[in-house]
Design a protein around this ligand. Structure first.
Ligand SMILES: Nc1ncnc2c1ncn2[C@@H]1O[C@H](COP(=O)(O)OP(=O)(O)O)[C@@H](O)[C@H]1O
Ligand SMILES: [Mg+2]
Length: 267
C-alpha cells in the first residue's frame, strides 16, 4: 500500500477537499482506498456524507492502541457510490492524541505501524492532516510516500510552506528518506493577478516540487460538500473534478516512478 499525506499547517487551504477528492478519484479509477482523518475538526467523514455515531471508534482509538485497527474503525462509503473507499473518521478526542503521543518513545511511528498491520486489501491510503505541525502531522509524514501540500495562491503562502518543508527535511533525515513533496496550488483564480503572480513565484522557487496541476476556485466544490459528496461524484465534468483526476494521475505516475527506482536500486 502506498501512503499519501495531505498537509499544511494553515487552515482553509483545501487540505480536506484535496484529500477527499483524491480519495474519490483513486477509488473511481479502480483502486481500493483508505482515507484517514487525522484532524480533530473531523470534517473528512462528513464530506463523504458519513455521520459516525458516538460509539464509532475513531482515529483516536486506533492511535491510542485500544485494540482497534484502522480497518475496524473504517466506514464504508459504498452508499455514496464509492464501493472501493473506506473512511476512518476523526473525533474531538483526537486532540488529546497530540499530547499523549508526545509522551511515548517512538511516538512518530505509531500511524506507520497501524497502517502496516491494518491494510490488507488497500492499494492507497490518504491522510488528512490537522492545521498544525505537531505530533499528528509528524506521524503522517513518517508514514507517507508522498506529502501533498495544498498551497492557496495568495501572498505569504510560500513563507508558510518553507516551515513545513523544513519539517519534511527533518523527517527525511531521521525517519523517512524517501518522502517526496508535491505542492499543489489550490483555490486558484485565474482572473486574479495576484494569484497568477503567486503561482509563478511558487514554480520559480520550488520548481519540480510544484504539481503541474492547479485546482481552480469552483463553486461546484462547495455544492458537492453541502450534499456530502466528493465533487468528482457530484459533478464529474466540473473543472475541479477534472483537476483532481489529473492530480490523481500525476501522483500515481510519481509513485510508479519511485517504485521503479527502488526496484532498480535493489537489483
Ligand atoms: N476548488 C475549490 N473551489 C471552491 N471552494 C473550495 C475549493 N476547494 C476548497 N474549497 C472550500 O474552501 C474551504 C476550505 O477548504 P478545506 O478543504 O476545508 O480546507 P482545509 O482542510 O485546509 O482547512 C471550504 O469551505 C471548501 O469548501
Ligand atoms: Mg481540513
Amino acid at each position: 500500500m502506498r501512503v499519501i499525506a495531505v498537509a499544511n499547517q494553515k487552515g482553509g487551504v483545501a487540505k480536506t477537499t484535496t484529500c477527499q477528492s483524491l480519495a474519490a478519484a483513486f477509488a473511481q479509477d479502480g483502486r481500493r482506498v483508505l482515507a484517514v482523518d487525522l484532524d480533530p475538526q473531523a470534517n473528512l467523514a462528513i464530506g463523504f456524507g458519513l455521520d459516525p455515531d458516538p460509539g464509532q471508534p475513531s482515529t483516536y482509538e486506533v492511535l491510542a492502541g485500544r485494540g482497534v485497527g484502522l480497518a475496524q474503525a473504517a466506514l464504508a462509503a459504498a452508499t455514496r457510490g464509492l464501493e472501493r473507499l473506506a473512511v476512518v473518521p476523526a473525533g474531538p478526542r483526537l486532540a488529546q492524541a497530540e499530547a499523549e503521543l508526545l509522551g511515548q518513545v517512538g511516538f512518530d511511528e505509531v500511524l506507520e505501524r497501524r497502517l502496516a498491520t491494518a491494510a490488507p486489501g488497500f492499494d492507497v491510503a490518504l491522510i488528512d492532516c490537522p492545521p498544525s505541525l505537531g505530533a499528528l502531522t509528524i506521524n503522517a509524514l513518517v508514514a507517507a510516500d508522498v506529502v501533498v501540500v495544498p498551497v492557496q495562491c495568495e501572498f505569504f503562502s510560500a513563507r508558510g510552506v518553507v516551515k513545513l518543508l523544513d519539517l519534511v527535511d527533518l523527517v527525511r533525515e531521521r525517519r523517512n528518506p524517501g518522502l517526496t513533496v508535491r505542492l499543489v496550488p489550490t483555490l486558484y483564480d485565474q482572473r486574479n493577478g495576484i494569484c497568477k503572480q503567486v503561482l509563478g513565484e511558487l514554480r520559480r522557487e520550488f520548481g519540480d516540487d510544484v504539481s503541474p496541476v492547479a485546482v481552480g476556485v469552483d463553486t461546484r466544490v462547495r455544492e458537492a460538500q453541502a450534499r456530502g459528496l466528493p465533487v468528482t461524484i457530484y459533478a464529474p465534468t466540473a473543472r475541479a473534478s477534472e483537476a483532481y483526476r489529473a492530480l490523481a494521475r500525476d501522483l500515481a505516475a510519481l509513485l510508479e516512478r519511485e517504485e521503479a527506482a527502488h526496484v532498480q536500486q535493489a537489483a
